[in-house]
Ligand binder design. Structure first.
Ligand SMILES: Cc1cc2nc3c(=O)[nH]c(=O)nc-3n(C[C@H](O)[C@H](O)[C@H](O)COP(=O)(O)O)c2cc1C
Length: 204
Protein backbone atom coordinates (compact mmCIF):
# COMPACT_ATOMS: atom_id res chain seq x y z
CA UNK A 1 0.00 0.00 0.00
CA UNK A 2 1.23 3.47 -0.86
CA UNK A 3 0.43 6.71 0.98
CA UNK A 4 1.03 10.10 -0.67
CA UNK A 5 1.95 13.07 1.51
CA UNK A 6 1.36 16.58 0.15
CA UNK A 7 3.14 19.47 1.85
CA UNK A 8 1.04 22.52 0.97
CA UNK A 9 3.34 25.44 1.89
CA UNK A 10 5.08 27.41 -0.88
CA UNK A 11 7.89 28.45 1.48
CA UNK A 12 11.34 26.94 0.80
CA UNK A 13 12.07 26.06 4.44
CA UNK A 14 8.57 25.53 5.70
CA UNK A 15 7.30 24.03 8.91
CA UNK A 16 4.80 22.07 6.82
CA UNK A 17 7.71 20.26 5.11
CA UNK A 18 9.10 19.38 8.53
CA UNK A 19 5.75 17.97 9.59
CA UNK A 20 5.35 16.13 6.26
CA UNK A 21 8.77 14.50 6.67
CA UNK A 22 7.80 13.43 10.19
CA UNK A 23 4.58 11.90 8.82
CA UNK A 24 6.58 10.03 6.17
CA UNK A 25 9.05 8.69 8.77
CA UNK A 26 6.20 7.63 11.07
CA UNK A 27 4.45 5.73 8.26
CA UNK A 28 7.68 3.96 7.33
CA UNK A 29 8.98 3.18 10.83
CA UNK A 30 5.61 1.78 11.95
CA UNK A 31 5.21 -0.17 8.69
CA UNK A 32 1.81 1.39 8.14
CA UNK A 33 2.29 1.13 4.37
CA UNK A 34 4.82 -0.39 2.01
CA UNK A 35 5.61 2.80 0.09
CA UNK A 36 5.38 6.55 0.60
CA UNK A 37 5.53 9.51 -1.79
CA UNK A 38 6.16 13.01 -0.49
CA UNK A 39 5.28 15.92 -2.79
CA UNK A 40 6.17 19.40 -1.54
CA UNK A 41 4.75 22.58 -3.03
CA UNK A 42 7.81 24.53 -1.80
CA UNK A 43 8.90 26.87 -4.58
CA UNK A 44 5.64 26.33 -6.51
CA UNK A 45 6.56 23.33 -8.71
CA UNK A 46 3.20 23.44 -10.51
CA UNK A 47 1.94 26.26 -12.74
CA UNK A 48 -1.37 27.88 -11.89
CA UNK A 49 -4.39 26.49 -13.72
CA UNK A 50 -4.98 27.79 -17.23
CA UNK A 51 -6.92 26.72 -20.32
CA UNK A 52 -4.01 24.67 -21.74
CA UNK A 53 -4.32 22.15 -18.90
CA UNK A 54 -6.00 19.58 -21.13
CA UNK A 55 -3.87 20.08 -24.23
CA UNK A 56 -1.54 17.13 -24.79
CA UNK A 57 1.50 19.12 -25.96
CA UNK A 58 1.55 21.88 -23.34
CA UNK A 59 4.04 22.43 -20.53
CA UNK A 60 1.36 20.94 -18.31
CA UNK A 61 2.05 17.45 -19.57
CA UNK A 62 5.62 17.31 -18.27
CA UNK A 63 4.75 19.09 -15.01
CA UNK A 64 1.70 17.03 -14.15
CA UNK A 65 2.24 13.56 -15.60
CA UNK A 66 4.65 12.36 -12.86
CA UNK A 67 2.45 13.86 -10.12
CA UNK A 68 -0.69 12.22 -11.52
CA UNK A 69 1.10 8.88 -11.83
CA UNK A 70 2.23 8.95 -8.20
CA UNK A 71 -1.25 9.95 -7.01
CA UNK A 72 -2.95 7.31 -9.08
CA UNK A 73 -0.67 4.72 -7.53
CA UNK A 74 -1.45 5.90 -3.97
CA UNK A 75 -4.17 4.39 -1.78
CA UNK A 76 -4.51 7.33 0.59
CA UNK A 77 -3.19 10.82 1.27
CA UNK A 78 -2.01 13.08 4.05
CA UNK A 79 -2.66 16.73 3.20
CA UNK A 80 -0.44 19.06 5.24
CA UNK A 81 -1.51 22.71 5.11
CA UNK A 82 -0.29 25.78 6.97
CA UNK A 83 -2.74 28.50 7.96
CA UNK A 84 -1.94 31.63 5.98
CA UNK A 85 -4.17 34.58 6.84
CA UNK A 86 -6.82 32.15 7.96
CA UNK A 87 -6.66 30.25 4.67
CA UNK A 88 -5.14 27.35 2.79
CA UNK A 89 -2.21 28.53 0.56
CA UNK A 90 -3.26 29.20 -3.02
CA UNK A 91 -0.78 26.65 -4.38
CA UNK A 92 -2.55 23.89 -2.49
CA UNK A 93 -5.94 25.00 -3.75
CA UNK A 94 -4.40 25.05 -7.24
CA UNK A 95 -3.35 21.42 -6.78
CA UNK A 96 -7.00 20.52 -6.32
CA UNK A 97 -7.80 22.31 -9.60
CA UNK A 98 -5.24 20.30 -11.58
CA UNK A 99 -5.71 16.88 -9.97
CA UNK A 100 -9.06 15.15 -10.03
CA UNK A 101 -11.05 12.04 -9.35
CA UNK A 102 -8.83 9.82 -11.50
CA UNK A 103 -6.03 10.46 -9.02
CA UNK A 104 -7.77 11.15 -5.70
CA UNK A 105 -11.30 9.80 -6.06
CA UNK A 106 -12.66 7.65 -3.24
CA UNK A 107 -9.31 7.52 -1.45
CA UNK A 108 -9.03 8.59 2.19
CA UNK A 109 -7.29 11.81 3.19
CA UNK A 110 -5.95 12.83 6.60
CA UNK A 111 -5.84 16.61 7.10
CA UNK A 112 -2.85 17.93 9.06
CA UNK A 113 -2.68 21.68 9.60
CA UNK A 114 0.15 23.82 10.89
CA UNK A 115 0.30 27.08 12.83
CA UNK A 116 3.13 28.89 14.59
CA UNK A 117 0.53 30.05 17.14
CA UNK A 118 -2.92 28.92 18.23
CA UNK A 119 -4.39 28.82 14.71
CA UNK A 120 -4.85 25.92 12.33
CA UNK A 121 -8.62 25.39 12.49
CA UNK A 122 -9.50 27.50 9.43
CA UNK A 123 -7.58 25.37 6.90
CA UNK A 124 -9.27 22.25 8.33
CA UNK A 125 -12.67 23.85 7.74
CA UNK A 126 -11.70 25.12 4.28
CA UNK A 127 -10.35 21.77 3.08
CA UNK A 128 -13.41 19.94 4.39
CA UNK A 129 -15.76 22.47 2.80
CA UNK A 130 -14.29 23.16 -0.60
CA UNK A 131 -11.53 20.85 -1.79
CA UNK A 132 -13.25 17.52 -2.40
CA UNK A 133 -16.38 18.06 -4.51
CA UNK A 134 -15.13 17.04 -7.93
CA UNK A 135 -12.05 15.02 -7.01
CA UNK A 136 -13.98 12.98 -4.40
CA UNK A 137 -11.15 12.65 -1.90
CA UNK A 138 -12.66 11.24 1.32
CA UNK A 139 -11.41 13.15 4.34
CA UNK A 140 -11.46 10.91 7.39
CA UNK A 141 -13.05 12.23 10.61
CA UNK A 142 -9.71 12.34 12.43
CA UNK A 143 -7.54 15.44 11.89
CA UNK A 144 -4.34 16.88 13.35
CA UNK A 145 -3.76 20.58 14.16
CA UNK A 146 -0.08 21.17 14.94
CA UNK A 147 -0.14 24.35 17.02
CA UNK A 148 3.09 26.13 18.04
CA UNK A 149 4.73 24.05 15.33
CA UNK A 150 8.23 25.44 15.90
CA UNK A 151 8.27 23.76 19.34
CA UNK A 152 7.44 20.20 18.23
CA UNK A 153 8.60 17.45 15.86
CA UNK A 154 12.12 18.90 15.54
CA UNK A 155 15.01 16.45 15.08
CA UNK A 156 16.94 18.25 17.82
CA UNK A 157 15.18 17.42 21.12
CA UNK A 158 16.51 20.65 22.64
CA UNK A 159 14.17 22.60 20.33
CA UNK A 160 11.07 20.72 21.46
CA UNK A 161 8.56 21.37 24.22
CA UNK A 162 8.74 17.83 25.70
CA UNK A 163 5.05 17.43 26.61
CA UNK A 164 3.65 18.89 23.40
CA UNK A 165 6.20 17.03 21.28
CA UNK A 166 5.37 13.65 22.85
CA UNK A 167 1.65 14.33 22.41
CA UNK A 168 1.91 15.18 18.70
CA UNK A 169 4.23 12.25 17.90
CA UNK A 170 1.75 9.85 19.49
CA UNK A 171 -1.38 11.49 18.10
CA UNK A 172 0.02 11.54 14.54
CA UNK A 173 0.91 7.85 14.75
CA UNK A 174 -2.63 7.12 15.99
CA UNK A 175 -4.25 9.10 13.16
CA UNK A 176 -2.04 7.42 10.55
CA UNK A 177 -3.13 4.01 11.86
CA UNK A 178 -6.74 5.02 11.21
CA UNK A 179 -5.86 6.37 7.76
CA UNK A 180 -4.27 3.02 6.90
CA UNK A 181 -7.46 1.11 7.76
CA UNK A 182 -9.60 3.50 5.68
CA UNK A 183 -7.14 3.06 2.80
CA UNK A 184 -7.57 -0.71 2.98
CA UNK A 185 -11.35 -0.47 3.30
CA UNK A 186 -11.89 2.03 0.48
CA UNK A 187 -10.03 -0.17 -2.01
CA UNK A 188 -13.14 -2.31 -1.91
CA UNK A 189 -15.40 0.66 -2.72
CA UNK A 190 -13.34 1.52 -5.82
CA UNK A 191 -13.11 -2.11 -6.89
CA UNK A 192 -16.89 -2.52 -6.67
CA UNK A 193 -17.32 -0.41 -9.82
CA UNK A 194 -20.04 1.81 -8.36
CA UNK A 195 -17.76 4.87 -8.50
CA UNK A 196 -17.03 4.50 -12.22
CA UNK A 197 -20.06 6.44 -13.52
CA UNK A 198 -18.49 8.75 -16.10
CA UNK A 199 -21.80 10.56 -16.56
CA UNK A 200 -21.38 12.24 -13.17
CA UNK A 201 -17.87 13.56 -13.66
CA UNK A 202 -18.52 16.42 -11.21
CA UNK A 203 -20.04 16.32 -7.77
CA UNK A 204 -23.18 18.26 -7.01
C1 LIG B 1 1.51 34.77 4.69
C2 LIG B 1 1.36 34.20 6.06
C3 LIG B 1 0.17 34.32 6.74
C4 LIG B 1 0.00 33.73 8.01
N1 LIG B 1 -1.22 33.78 8.64
C5 LIG B 1 -1.42 33.05 9.74
C6 LIG B 1 -2.74 32.90 10.28
O1 LIG B 1 -3.71 33.43 9.77
N2 LIG B 1 -2.89 32.11 11.37
C7 LIG B 1 -1.85 31.48 11.96
O2 LIG B 1 -2.05 30.77 12.94
N3 LIG B 1 -0.59 31.62 11.48
C8 LIG B 1 -0.36 32.38 10.39
N4 LIG B 1 0.90 32.48 9.86
C9 LIG B 1 2.02 31.90 10.58
C10 LIG B 1 2.19 30.45 10.19
O3 LIG B 1 1.38 29.67 11.03
C11 LIG B 1 3.65 30.01 10.33
O4 LIG B 1 4.49 30.86 9.55
C12 LIG B 1 3.82 28.58 9.87
O5 LIG B 1 5.17 28.25 10.02
C13 LIG B 1 3.41 28.48 8.42
O6 LIG B 1 3.66 27.22 7.93
P1 LIG B 1 4.78 27.00 6.80
O7 LIG B 1 6.11 27.30 7.48
O8 LIG B 1 4.59 25.59 6.48
O9 LIG B 1 4.50 27.94 5.67
C14 LIG B 1 1.09 33.06 8.61
C15 LIG B 1 2.31 32.96 7.91
C16 LIG B 1 2.44 33.48 6.65
C17 LIG B 1 3.74 33.28 5.90
Amino acid sequence: MKIGIISGSHRERSQSSKVARFVQRTLEENRLCSETWLFSLSGNPLPFWDEDLRSEDSAWTSALRPVHAQMKDSDGFVIVSPEWHGQVPSGLKNLFLVCGKDQLGHKPGLIVTVSSGDGGAYPVAELRMSSYKNNRICYIPEQIIVRHVETVLNDDPAQNNPNADAYFRDRIRYALGILREYALALRQVRASGVTDADVYRNGM
